[in-house]
Design a protein around this ligand. Structure first.
Ligand code: SAM
Length: 326
């Protein structure tokens, strides 16, 4: 088992396959954009697979594909089926904005994708365009239904709550979880470089959202397993669940089990920390699997105890979520 120096078992790898995204969510993509990774620096599927093999041999059991927008990468099902074939991968999931999901959900499921997270911050098409810069709200809704039809399970819908943007829609979201077999998760806005400065006043604590949901439906708590980032509830009389991801008001660093591979082969040990390891260079210089595994094992020992911000931060945020993959 892969353990860090604080005794945390690291069994979850998030793999960003691209830093490109078709959306420009105001809380995610920095004002004025960000420097894109050069195309030749982005790992091929073969390279990603070689690295994932090393991680899995070290004890990684859960793999999530993310981005940027991962469905922008051609033939993502080829990568999915490659990872699925690796002995030791117990859980394979994808995070997507859902815009291209309707046409790909069945193929991804067939390739071995188990579950999926889809971002949807509003039920209002106009607002969707304001938040994301693109007029494709309907396509995301179709994507969610296609994921359910394809048998991806669970289908989680991620809502970043933003004051005076979507906090008037909490009841609509709860009603969605009441009638659909999805897990709807309210995520606290995290600071990201440049965007946070713009969106600073938009933060809404989960406790406030929970209060509003409780007025709509009775929440029945579910058991929280180690490594679960969400506090999850069933809705009495409902088909779906509701989760709260309290990244700011109740940071879950002490049982963080995750590390992140960027699309350029940089291993990131904490979503909000600077600690990284370049795996692309040794990989392209022909390092053997045991050599790569040694590098990863050593780097994991440098995973920080917790991220810089506790509560609402005053310190300089460091993360471009779209580069690291959330
Ligand atoms: N494009 C994919 C998607 O939309 O899910 C994957 C990448 S996106 C960066 C992953 C998740 O991070 C999304 O659910 C998004 O809403 C969330 N996210 C991005 N910036 C965030 C922020 N500042 N605070 C909280 N969540 C954020």
């Amino acid at each position: 088992m892969l353990k860090d120096r604080y005794g945390r078992a690291i069994n979850y790898l998030r793999v960003s396959v691209t830093d490109r995204c078709n959306l420009r969510c105001r809380y995610c993509v920095p004002v004025g954009g960000f420097p894109l990774i050069e195309r030749e620096e982005i790992l091929s599927y073969e390279e990603i697979l070689r690295l994932v093999e090393c991680f899995v041999e070290l004890g990684i059991e859960k793999v999530r594909i993310t981005g940027g927008e991962p469905l922008l990468r051609k033939d993502l099902d080829v990568l999915i089926s490659g990872i699925r074939r690796l002995q030791g991968v117990k859980d394979l999931s994808l995070s997507t904005n859902g815009v291209f999901l309707a046409e790909q959900a069945a193929r991804l499921r067939q390739a071995g994708l188990g579950r999926i997270n889809i971002s949807l911050d509003t039920f209002d098409g106009e607002k969707f365009r304001w938040i994301t810069g693109l007029d494709c709200h309907e396509k995301v809704l179709e994507g969610i239904q296609a994921a359910l039809r394809a048998g991806l399970d669970p289908v989680k819908v991620n809502v970043v709550t933003l004051k005076e943007v979507n906090d008037d829609e909490i009841e609509k979201f709860a009603a969605f979880a009441m009638r659909c077999p999805i897990e709807l998760r309210f995520i606290e806005l995290m600071p990201t470089k440049n965007c946070f400065l713009v969106e600073r006043d938009r933060f809404v604590p989960s406790s406030k959202i929970k209060e509003q949901v409780s007025r709509y439906a009775e929440l029945i708590p579910e058991e929280r397993l180690p490594g679960d980032v969400a506090e999850t509830y069933r809705l009495r009389g409902g088909r779906g669940r509701i989760g709260f991801i309290n990244s700011i008001t109740n940071a879950f660093c002490s049982d963080c089990n995750r590390i992140r591979l960027r699309s350029d082969g940089i291993l990131r040990l904490c979503l909000h920390g600077e600690e990284t390891l370049d795996l692309r260079t040794p990989l392209r210089l022909g390092a053997s699997r045991p050599e790569l595994m040694d590098l990863i094992h050593e780097a994991v020992q440098g995973k920080p105890k917790g991220h810089a911000f506790k509560g609402l931060p005053e310190d300089e945020p460091v993360t471009y979520m779209c580069q690291v993959g959330g």
